[in-house]
Design a protein. Sequence first.
Length: 225
Amino acid sequence: ASIAFVVPAAGVGARMQANKPKQYIQLGNKTVLEHTIDKLNTTIPNALIIVAISEDDAYFPELDLPSNVITVLGGKERADSVLNALNYLTINHVVDWVLVHDAARPLVLPNDILKLISTCQSNQCGGILASKVRDTIKQGSHFVDATVPRETLWQAQTPQMFLLNELTSALTNALNAHVAITDEASAIEWAGGKVQLIESRADNIKLTTPDDIAIAEFLIAKQTL
Ligand code: C5P
């Protein structure tokens, strides 16, 4: 069964407070997005990688990317960007499974992606990489209302892997119903589908704030040793 990657990279990354979108920040010898695409291409060499970028993106053309990377225009929210890429795939290619991976998650390890792929394919069920919550979790505004039992709490990461047709209809319907969608799994859950939790490394972080850059620089240098 054929597999394609979708990389939403059309965000501005305002929380990073950088002079460019976070996917174009330099991490060692490459930009964040180049590292991310490298990881996907190492996992399945030459698989289609559809990257959603914003219309006025002046940075993307400067990147050094393999020829299996194709771009589509991003949308207003992350889910719109992903849906544009899924619709492109449906029209132009024969693809069964898609793995959606954040441009801003360059630290993911190919072995964890392979574990996700084999689990989803052998159970014929979609799934996501996720890490178990490590800290004690408090609920409240200024004072603690409750301590939330953490045994069943996970932090959702990416890639998130689903059948292309299942994810396309779940995202389309959820967006039409104005449901808040921050990852692909939430659309599938909303549609009543099943999502497997596949345990991943906690350091598969999404670069969000300036502090994350130093951590990511350190970790990516260790990975490429
Ligand atoms: O903003 P956040 O960190 O949640 O973004 C997650 C990913 O979604 C990033 O890689 C970002 O570029 C992408 N995104 C997108 N289109 C948008 C907003 C975010 O592709 N409209």
